[in-house]
Design a protein. Structure first.
Length: 307
């Protein structure tokens, strides 16, 4: 494929779509449909092209906004059949559904034709492989999703990274879990930070109670961030609800394992299955700002950015 620099004159040339007015015969008419024609003043990389392709099917203000904040992995969870779960980013982090799940369920994001996936407490999840950097570690991160719990009792894992189905090690773990080291009906986050042998759970994990009592059968936007200085922030529906200062150093690498939505593998094989719906689960290798999280909630709930 050849390429060349082109300068468009605003006085002598036309930008033509569908027909060439210089030779206006019917043979030059384009016979078909076009949508979202774009011209850039630079050569796009293959990653840029992949992101454009993925975001073109977003079909909602919320999905377009999330994509603009460059997630490392973004799962609409709006499939209507099969077991494949698409990663919208073009980063190649697609996954698969396993266990008991129901696709094509009503979602909680406003002005969005997409659906959600319903997971069962009898066991169901979406697995993928998500890495960052040469060793798969994360010096900073954000996890966010729209969730609707059928019940707010019992330990229920929303999303995070685990080592597999039958064996477990704290190394490299992270997750958002309901009722685990938290007050009743609260969600929280746990991280296993590199170089930290003891943290506030009495073991190798650092944990935070995100400070909000959730109700069953209600849609929430939940998010947690961890930055390179060790600062942790929880958000519920765009509002900061808890903070913590943890060691910096990032989350340790994993040579194997899964990024998992809907279930967790713990020591002894217990799986903390979630009973309820999840939509638009996104994972970032940077800590989003409070303004970005607020905008995600506002747009996803049908309000103006910043609301």
């Amino acid at each position: 494929m050849e390429s060349a620099a082109v300068t468009l004159s605003t006085t002598n040339n036309y930008l033509m779509v569908g027909n060439d007015p210089a030779t206006p015969d019917l043979a030059d008419n384009y016979d078909g449909e076009l949508d979202e024609v774009q011209i850039f003043n630079s050569a796009l990389s293959s990653t840029d092209v992949s992101r454009l392709y993925s975001s073109a099917g977003a079909t909602s203000p919320y999905k377009t906004l999330v994509m603009s904040d460059t997630p490392l992995a973004y799962y609409y969870l709006n499939e209507t059949g099969g077991t494949a779960a698409a990663d919208a980013t073009g980063n190649g982090n697609g996954g698969s559904y396993n266990g008991t799940f129901t696709l094509g369920q009503s979602g909680g994001v406003s002005n969005d034709p997409g659906s959600s996936v319903l997971f069962s407490t009898s066991g169901g999840h979406m697995d993928s492989s998500v890495t960052s950097g040469s060793d798969g570690s994360f010096l900073a991160l954000t996890m966010e999703a729209w969730v609707n719990f059928a019940s707010v009792s019992g330990n229920q894992h929303v999303m995070g990274r685990t080592t597999g189905n039958s064996s477990y090690s704290n190394t490299g773990s992270m997750g958002i879990v309901l009722n685990d080291y938290t007050a009743a009906a609260h969600f929280g986050m746990h991280l296993n930070i590199q170089g930290t042998s003891s943290c506030n759970d009495g073991g190798g994990d650092c944990r935070i109670d995100c400070g909000t009592a959730l109700s069953a059968s209600t849609w929430y936007h939940i998010a947690v961030t961890y930055n390179s200085s060790g600062n942790v922030v929880c958000y519920t529906n765009g509002v900061q609800t808890a903070t913590a200062s943890w060691p910096s150093g990032g989350v340790a690498s994993l040579s194997s394992g899964f990024f998992r939505v809907g279930e967790w593998t713990n020591s002894g094989g217990s799986q903390y299955p979630m009973g309820g719906n999840v939509q638009d689960a996104a994972f970032y290798s940077q800590a989003l700002s409070a303004a970005q999280i607020r905008n995600h909630y506002c747009v996803g709930s049908g309000q103006t950015p910043g609301c």
